[in-house]
Every structure is written in structure tokens, then in C-alpha cells.
Design a protein around this ligand. Structure first.
Ligand SMILES: O=C(O)CCC(=O)C(=O)O
Length: 268
């Protein structure tokens, strides 16, 4: 039987939020962005998309591989993407320090919060690409696995436009061999059928949190509404990277980075 999306506790009950996340590997915080801020973030989201589409570089970040095509059956499907929204927009830069979502992050990984990167996704109407099931762990490993995503939604995101889907409890597997778990393995996809996942259905201003060990993915967007989200990847300031190879901002959003040193501080 397909797993059911459970009712998440309110973001005001932080001990319950922490237990929910520890048990299920995800948490959805409802209405964590106030409407005025959300308007500014949405305006700058659209401006970023216009700018990356106008500047001539390929903005389609579809995972062009067999496991994607096995789901969406469409090699021309599209996901518009850029890293580092804070390098375009001051409104986005300011929001990264917003207390409401950081209070939730603190309940999940402790008082020291370091940003690794941000990532904009526009899943366009009618032709939005799928993401095969995967863990993010293989892309940016840390030593004690505090890394999590906080994804803020600018549009409705639901089964009609290819919302995020998670496999509840899959974080308890721990880190799976990256050769298997990074989304390119047909056997991993077979192990995590979409029927066993739950749709993370959200409204603008909701934030979905999930561990980088939680298996997640999404189905294509064949509907008539675009899906708009920005993901913020965060780790504890007591944790540290166990490999390089992905843009790493190393920006302390709350508290302290206990492993910062001169070399790391000088890196991009
Ligand atoms: O937002 C989605 O549909 C999936 C994104 C994803 O899997 C990722 O960024 O790792």
C-alpha cells in the first residue's frame, strides 16, 4: 500500500518537530514565510529565471540519464536551475537569515547552522523533468550526516505539477554507496518504487525539510502549472565536509562554524 503523508506538528512545537524529523527523515513547516516577503522572493525568482534564460548558457539541469527517462519517458523534459540565488538577489540573501525557518533547522541539527549552497528549480508546465529516487549524501558528504535541505516553495506544489516525493524513514538506512544512491542506478530505482513514496504537497511559503540521507525524487510535471522552489542546503557548524566537488558557500547563518580555518575561509 502506498505510504501516507502524515500530519506534521506545527512549527511552534519544536520538540515535536524534532521527533517527527528523527522518525520520518522529513518535516513540512507550513506558512513559514510572511506574505510581503514571499512577494519579494517570488518577484526575484522570476527575475533570476529571466536573466539565466537570457544570458545564453544552458539553464536546463535535467538529469540526462536512463533512470530519468525511465520515469518521464521524455529526453526533452526540462528543469530550469541555478545555484546560489543569493548571488543574484539581496531579497534572497536576506531571507537566508530568516528566524522562522532557522528555528526549525536549529531544532533539527542544533544551534550552529552553516549554509552549503542554494538551488533554484523551475519545473515548467507541461514538460517538467522527473528526478529519480536518490540520496543527496553522495553529492556533498559530511562526517556526521547533519546535512539537510530546507526547500521553500513560491508556487503550489502538488501531484498535478510534479511535487517532491520522499520515502519516509529511508534516512535510517544511513549512507548508501554513492554508486547506487546518486540517482543513476536502475537497481536503486527498483528498490524505491514511487508507489512507496509520499507526495510533499505544499503552498507558497511552506518549507520542506529533509535529511540528505532521506531518499527523495519527483515525477514529471505534465500539468498546466509551473512549480517554483528554492532549496537551501545546510549543515551543523559542528559537522564538516568530508569531500569537495560541489559549490560550498560555508556561510554561517546562525551560531558558529567550529571547523573554519584560514584555508577554508579563503576558498570561494
Ligand atoms: O525538487 C525536486 O523535485 C527534487 C529535487 C532533488 O531531488 C534534489 O535537488 O536533490
Amino acid at each position: 500500500m502506498p505510504a501516507q503523508l502524515l500530519n506534521c506538528p506545527p512549527a511552534t512545537d519544536l520538540p515535536a518537530v524534532a521527533s517527527f524529523y528523527q522518525e520520518h527523515g522529513y518535516y513540512i513547516g507550513r506558512g513559514l514565510v510572511d506574505p510581503a516577503t514571499l512577494g519579494n522572493l517570488d518577484r526575484d525568482f522570476d527575475r533570476i529565471v529571466s536573466q539565466i534564460q537570457a544570458n545564453g548558457l544552458n539553464a536546463n539541469a535535467r538529469w540526462d540519464q536512463e533512470t530519468t527517462t525511465a520515469i518521464d519517458n521524455d529526453r526533452t523534459s526540462v528543469i530550469i536551475h541555478t545555484h546560489q540565488v543569493q548571488k543574484y538577489s539581496a531579497a534572497w540573501g536576506r531571507w537566508l537569515y530568516d528566524e522562522r525557518y532557522l528555528d526549525v533547522v536549529e531544532a533539527l541539527i542544533g544551534p550552529d547552522i552553516v549554509m552549503h549552497h542554494t538551488k533554484l528549480f523551475l519545473k515548467p508546465a507541461g514538460r517538467g523533468a522527473a528526478f529519480p529516487p536518490h540520496q543527496d549524501f553522495g553529492y556533498f558528504r559530511t562526517t556526521v550526516h547533519s546535512m539537510l535541505a530546507a526547500t521553500v516553495y513560491l508556487s503550489d506544489s502538488d501531484e498535478g505539477n510534479g511535487c517532491l516525493r520522499v520515502w519516509p524513514g529511508s534516512h535510517k538506512l544511513g549512507p548508501v554507496d554513492p554508486q547506487e544512491s546518486m540517482g543513476r542506478s536502475a537497481s536503486f530505482s527498483a528498490r524505491f518504487p514511487f508507489d512507496d513514496s509520499v507526495p510533499v504537497e505544499t503552498k507558497p511559503g511552506d518549507v520542506a525539510f529533509f535529511s540528505y540521507l532521506t531518499v527523495h525524487g519527483s515525477l514529471p510535471n505534465r500539468g498546466d502549472r509551473a512549480r517554483k522552489s528554492v532549496l537551501v542546503q545546510l549543515r551543523s557548524g559542528s559537522d564538516q565536509m568530508a569531500g569537495a566537488g560541489h559549490p560550498d558557500t560555508n556561510l554561517v547563518l546562525r551560531g558558529w562554524d567550529h571547523h573554519m580555518n584560514r584555508d577554508r575561509a579563503n576558498a570561494n
